[in-house]
Design a protein around this ligand. Structure first.
Ligand code: HEM
Length: 442
């Protein structure tokens, strides 16, 4: 009898352990794109029901969602060989593809070269130009719209010009009064006229080739004339460090293309939160006016950090290349893995009143990388995190020191093509801080 019971216990234990390791995480095939569209907290609710690792699905098929930064980091590290980042396929444009999707030694080599070029960049030396690029375009938006309505289209177009202008300076050393600037600006607009184009077509091929040729001419001019003084920028750093080849050139073109979309999105959110917090904006304006660089730097960085906690940084996506066993669950080949960032940045035990925009929280304490990580978690972490933070700060400085910002159409945020965005018709009215009341726009 005892033998029979022991045998039954053994079978049951085996069955339970087998069950655990051979089954995907709990959850239902909820179509996340649709569910989230109506409820942005959907994944938080699912995690509450099923735990930090759960199954769901997306248009591409089944998906595992992981809510927790240390857990997500461990998942990415332990299973690096079986995971492939999901990003756009640019292999038709240049060899070895986009860095975001490179693997192994190829990824290591190109990322190292890029980091070298970035580390020799002195962003502090271009502060005035970067603030001016934002200020000039904000001014033209404010003036253009004196008579017209403040359309979201006009504001988005201004933000896109600012994002592109800033990245053209940082990457290629050109600024509005310099040859090549207008041409590069125009070619980037052809590459992605209304935002990032996911499926590369003929217009992208021809704009990409023209950009590449223009940049190669610039590189050649530097190589021929070794005495030439070249601007402090990523492109010329790569030329000087001899790391520019077809792949790295193609990559920096596409980094700017994707980066200008990311930065435009960030600037839209910054504008929305700026319109919501006029007193904080006045504080920035005062610190800039009194030339208190430390105070304005701290205030703008806290504001950008809080913007990224609230929005724009959302998730990391990976394709599962082979079956993975993680925390006792099976994550089958062909699934997608989503490491949730937006959700984890709403943890109330780390961020009090997590749905409230409050940049002061970043002035009084600094979360750890296990609590806050808007730029990723693994060896594909954003190599431009510092630059993106600085550019966000310069844009905010220009906005706050130049204008009082009033929101237009504060509707609910929507899930855009790649990210969550403010309401589609959200815009701003910019009233100069420096002109008399009668001159105020509107
Ligand atoms: C709003 C600002 C930005 C945010 C929130 C952001 C966020 C991120 C995140 C989360 C990753 C990791 C992706 C993953 O692991 O799947 C990443 C990677 C990357 N980001 Fe950013 N990014 C921003 C701006 C930029 C800009 C301005 C550029 C370049 C112009 C850039 C270039 C890259 C590149 C090249 C990678 C991939 C690196 C690699 O695979 O080794 N990012 N970014």
């Amino acid at each position: 009898m005892l033998g029979l019971i022991n045998k039954a216990v053994k079978v049951l234990t085996l069955w339970l352990s087998k069950d655990n390791t051979n089954l995907p995480p709990p959850g239902k095939p909820v179509l996340l794109t649709e569910t989230e569209r109506y409820d942005r907290n959907a994944l938080l609710k699912l995690a509450h029901i099923h735990g930090s690792i759960f199954s769901a699905s997306d248009v591409e098929g089944p998906m595992v969602c992981i809510v927790g930064l240390p857990l997500g980091r461990r998942f990415l590290k332990e299973n690096a060989a079986n995971l492939r980042p999901v990003t756009l396929d640019v292999s038709a444009l240049f060899p070895k593809g986009f860095m975001r999707q490179m693997e192994g030694n190829t990824h290591k080599a190109y990322r190292k070269a890029l980091k070298e070029a970035v580390s020799t960049l002195v962003i502090g030396d271009m502060t005035d130009v970067l603030v001016a690029i934002s200020a000039v375009r904000l001014q033209s938006f404010a003036e253009e719209n004196r008579e017209e309505s403040h359309t979201s289209h006009a504001y988005m177009s201004a933000l896109s010009d600012i994002a592109t202008g800033l990245l053209l300076r940082v990457f290629f050393g050109v600024k509005p009064d310099i040859e090549h600037y207008g041409r590069l600006m125009c070619l980037f607009k052809q590459l992605g006229p209304h935002g990032l184009v996911w499926n590369i077509g003929e217009p992208q091929v021809s704009a990409f080739n023209a950009l590449r040729d223009e940049l190669l001419k610039m590189a050649q001019a530097v190589t021929i004339n070794s005495e030439a003084t070249v601007p402090n920028c990523i492109f010329y750093n790569m030329v000087k460090q001899d790391t520019l080849d077809d792949t790295s050139l193609g990559n920096i073109i596409y980094m700017v293309e994707m980066g200008r979309y990311d930065m435009k999105g960030l600037f839209r959110w910054i504008s929305k939160f700026a319109a919501d917090t006029p007193s904080y904006l006045s504080r920035i304006a005062k610190s800039v006016e009194s030339n208190d660089v430390d105070e304005s730097g701290a205030l703008t960085q806290a504001f950008v950090q809080e913007t990224l906690r609230m929005d724009q940084s959302e998730r990391l996506m990976r394709e599962v290349k082979d079956d993975i066993e993680f925390e006792g669950f099976l994550i089958p080949k062909g699934w997608r893995a989503r490491i949730c960032l937006w959700e984890i940045h709403k943890n109330s035990s780390v961020f009090s009143q997590p749905f409230k925009f409050d940049p002061l929280r970043f002035l009084s304490s600094r979360p750890t990388s296990d609590e806050y990580s808007p730029f990723g978690l693994d060896n594909h972490q954003c190599p431009f995190a510092g630059i993106a933070m600085s550019l966000g700060g310069y844009f905010l400085q220009a906005l706050a020191s130049g204008y009082r910002v009033t929101p237009v159409n504060q509707g609910t945020s929507v899930r855009g093509g790649y990210h969550w965005e403010p309401a589609p018709n959200f815009s701003v009215v910019l009233a100069s801080r420096h002109c008399s009341k009668s001159e105020v726009v509107n």
